[in-house]
Design a protein around this ligand. Structure first.
Ligand SMILES: [Zn+2]
Ligand SMILES: [Zn+2]
Length: 540
């Protein structure tokens, strides 16, 4: 028999399994544990093809009865008769129920609310025993494991087909060659102004060029054009197929974003529209028109600067319009990922902005799908590699909708950020709802990690492999701080502790050479009142 002991309560050992419906805690004598809800579940590494013996170290604040289930089947029923005493519970899981990472549910009879914490029972340790030594492992957050490739490209290139460039931009062919052969990008989009493309077969000729260059697995070209409305803000339109009808803002059928989306839908076009330089005072973005089906992302950075927020380092205040930034859009509740592009009217591709996508397929469809699912990020032009995960299962761009008990179970939030820069990394910053909550700084004497919520080094992890390569793990320990939520407690139907709002998190990386990368956000969408299981509860 070999043994595997999981000491719960610390993120490091939590890496061995996944918990739902638990929150972290620590006793005064140093035991770390998880508080479980009435219904809690975890995925454990059980060895397949044999019986596995499980020993659980549990306690409850009241007499509590806990059923252990796999699927709908009860495996064991344990009574905890002594309140507040750690008790060991041992039972065997039959062979047919042991299938690698296996979900075990713990169902408690009594709902108990202890001060502000739901504490139906606590769990501090699980011992697994089986024959052999091949304990299954939870897949690590490696991008290869998810079958994705990281690809770079410029989504916003102007050629000499845009009259405003005064012919200084080169032909579409020259721009595509530069992107492919000089910059070594894996994709590119020529986004000339639609009104300049509609005449004399220009669009068809451009599409033919794009088709010539398009090569799955090597270099992908996206058929695209710019919808240049100074009234509503500029948007680029990206198409899955070439030679489709294009729409400009002077045409009455597509003179507003809503009309543009209606026209694209009417034509049955598989299209994405991306707002760009939203903060620019000359053509500020009107975010009140939005359609998530067409507009999954926005341009964070280009040769015009960054639109992250009013007063950011890559944008002059004199050219910025308050209230139109990407942060303003996120605050309005728009779920937008980030991309970048040069938008060069006298610039070569990749100057001022670049997009990275995590694509399942190295093709037009694959790249558009990555943008649509916001599995992408923006840089100021440098091909900085960045990976951003939450709790080992959400990646940048993902959203997760849950009730408050599932929400609690997500904590502590572990944000895993891995960066491979093109120059030494200066800072890695984590923003929660646009506020800085944790950061990494490199300094001559080492690295410095700060958190607004946590100062115990056990929960923080920095792995500086080189000046350009840093892996950092930020932790947000608990949801209780949401007591400061603006939602009045008495208006909440069940539980006053959890916000009925959405949170979003994104990461910003700065290199010492001034280049910046912004991950697309991860959204946690908490819906109070969706859990009907709590009727009356014991308040201790
Ligand atoms: Zn524009
Ligand atoms: Zn443009």
């Amino acid at each position: 028999m070999s043994k595997k002991v999981i000491r719960v309560g610390t993120p490091r050992s939590d890496g061995d399994y996944i918990l739902y419906g638990f929150s972290a805690g620590r006793t005064e004598d140093g035991i770390t544990f998880r508080l479980g809800n009435v219904l809690a579940a975890l995925r454990l590494p059980l060895m397949s093809g044999q019986e596995n013996r499980l020993t659980w170290k549990l306690k409850a604040p009241v007499k509590q009865s806990i059923r252990f289930q796999i699927g709908k089947d009860e495996i064991y029923n344990a009574s905890l008769r002594e309140p507040d005493q750690w008790t060991s519970v041992t039972f065997d899981v039959p062979r047919e129920k042991c299938n690698g990472m296996t979900e075990v549910q713990l169902v408690a009879d009594q709902f108990v609310l202890q001060s502000r914490t739901e504490a139906c029972f606590a769990l501090s340790e699980i011992m697994l025993e089986a024959q052999g030594a091949d304990w299954p492992e939870l897949p690590r957050p490696k991008i290869e494991a998810a079958g994705m490739q990281l690809l770079f490209g410029d989504l916003h290139i102007h050629s000499n087909l845009s009259w405003c460039g005064g012919g200084r931009n080169g032909t579409p062919e020259q721009n595509l060659c530069f992107s492919r052969d000089v910059r070594h990008y894996q994709f590119a989009a020529i986004t000339d102004h639609a009104e300049h493309l509609v005449k004399d077969g220009t669009w068809e000729d451009l599409c033919e060029t794009l088709e010539t260059f398009n090569e799955d697995g090597r270099f992908v070209t996206l058929p695209a054009y710019e919808w240049t409305s100074d009234l509503y803000g500029h948007r680029n339109v990206y198409l899955a197929e070439p030679y489709k009808k294009i729409f400009h803002c002077m045409d009455p059928v597509s003179s507003s974003p809503t009309k543009l989306w209606a026209s694209l839908a009417e034509e049955g076009q598989d299209a994405i529209t991306i707002p760009h330089h939203p903060i620019r005072r000359e053509f500020p973005m009107r975010w009140d028109e939005h359609d998530p089906r067409f507009q999954p992302v926005a341009e964070m950075c280009s040769g015009w600067g960054s639109s992250e927020h009013y007063g950011n380092v890559l944008q002059e205040i004199a050219y910025s319009e308050p209230g139109t930034s990407i942060r303003d859009a996120l605050t309005r509740g728009l779920r937008l990922g980030f991309v970048g592009g040069s938008d060069g009217h006298q610039r070569v591709p990749g100057t001022g902005g670049l997009t990275a996508v995590f694509a399942r397929e190295f093709s037009r469809q694959g790249i558009l799908e990555a943008i649509r699912s916001r599995h992408c990020y923006a840089t100021s032009g440098a091909p900085i590699k960045m990976y951003f995960y939450l709790n080992n299962f959400l990646m940048m761009g993902d959203e997760w909708e849950m009730n408050q008990y599932q929400f609690e179970g997500l904590y502590p939030l572990l944000f895993y950020v891995s960066v491979e820069g093109t120059a030494p990394i200066e800072t890695i910053e984590l923003f929660e709802c646009n506020e800085l909550v944790a950061s990494y700084h490199s300094s001559p004497i080492g690295s410095l990690v700060r958190s607004a919520y946590w100062d115990e080094s056990e929960f923080l992890q920095v792995d500086r492999r080189a000046d350009e390569q840093v892996v950092v793990q930020f932790v947000i320990p608990h949801w209780e701080r949401y007591y400061t939520s603006s939602v009045p407690r008495e208006t909440l139907p069940i539980d006053p502790r959890v916000p009925n709002h959405d949170s979003f998190y994104y990461v910003r990386v700065k290199q010492k050479d001034g280049h910046i990368a912004w991950s697309s956000p991860i959204w946690l969408l908490c819906r109070v009142g969706e859990c009907h299981r709590v009727k009356g509860y014991q308040h201790i």
